[in-house]
Ligand binder design. Structure first.
Ligand code: SAM
Length: 231
């Protein structure tokens, strides 16, 4: 049964009639194929005719942990990160974040990002929605990713090792979480905390300073090109 927005999308936007074939997913990695049987006022009844497991999800789970940034930059990272194949996004209240979302406003923004991610999943033909977590503080981070996750913290003051070389020292079969600072970057104490408490490795992304959203997407692209299925 499809209801609410899914029902309206099929009926009003796609204008499907009984007999039409559709595809959907259930977030388990599988894609369901079905036929529209009946269109009612509030629901569409479909009959499943098969299930497939298309190879569209990245084999390495990469999470972006992004210091809260202003305006629509987070929206942009959610949309593009989903297309590129991120496993999830964790918005972080960084010390230098100009935006400090909390309470109902934070919940509302997260719901908006979840909606953007769901749309990007459909557009990019993925079969799993990335997890968009509630806004976290540093202390929450460990509980928000799978056990065994490896941590990276791109930091512009780190000059000794770049991402490409560091990835050779990490395990592509384990999840990876990448911490990206807000507009003003990370405070030195935040980098030390991440190194000590999360076991994060500080890493350079090269000689130029990238905006937070560029750094996040460049990093995700580099990891999935080296370990995953991009390119
Ligand atoms: N604090 C910096 C400044 O104002 O000069 C800029 C921070 S940058 C806009 C935002 C985030 O992107 C940083 O916290 C870092 O995580 C990442 N980043 C940007 N360029 C980087 C680089 N060349 N190497 C490593 N990380 C970088």
């Amino acid at each position: 049964l499809l209801r609410d927005e899914e029902r309206d999308h099929l009926v009003r936007v796609l204008r499907l009639a009984p007999g039409a074939k559709i595809a959907g997913f259930d977030n388990s990695g599988g894609e369901w194929l079905g036929i529209v049987e009946d269109i009612e006022d509030r629901i569409v009844v479909c009959r499943a005719i098969g299930q497939e497991y298309p190879l569209v999800e990245a084999q390495t789970a990469v999470y972006l942990v992004l210091g809260l940034t202003k305006g629509e930059k987070m929206d942009w990272v959610v949309q593009k990160g989903t297309e590129l194949g991120m496993a999830g996004l964790l918005p972080l209240r960084g010390k230098r974040s100009i935006v400090q979302l909390a309470g109902p406003r934070a919940v509302e923004r997260v719901a908006r990002w979840q909606k953007i991610a769901a749309e990007a999943v459909k557009q990019s033909h993925r079969v799993k929605e990335p997890v968009i977590e509630q806004v976290s503080d540093w202390a929450d981070l460990l509980n928000r990713v799978p056990a065994g996750t490896q941590w990276l913290i791109p930091y512009e003051e780190e000059k000794s090792i770049g991402l490409n070389r560091l990835l050779d020292q990490l395990d592509p079969t384990r999840p990876l979480a990448i911490l990206i600072g807000p507009e003003g970057g990370f405070d030195r104490t935040e980098v030390l905390w991440a190194e000590e408490r999360l076991g994060a490795r500080a890493v350079s992304l090269g000689p130029r300073i990238l905006r937070a959203e560029t750094a996040a997407l460049a990093c995700l692209t580099m990891v999935l090109a080296k370990w995953g299925d991009l390119g």
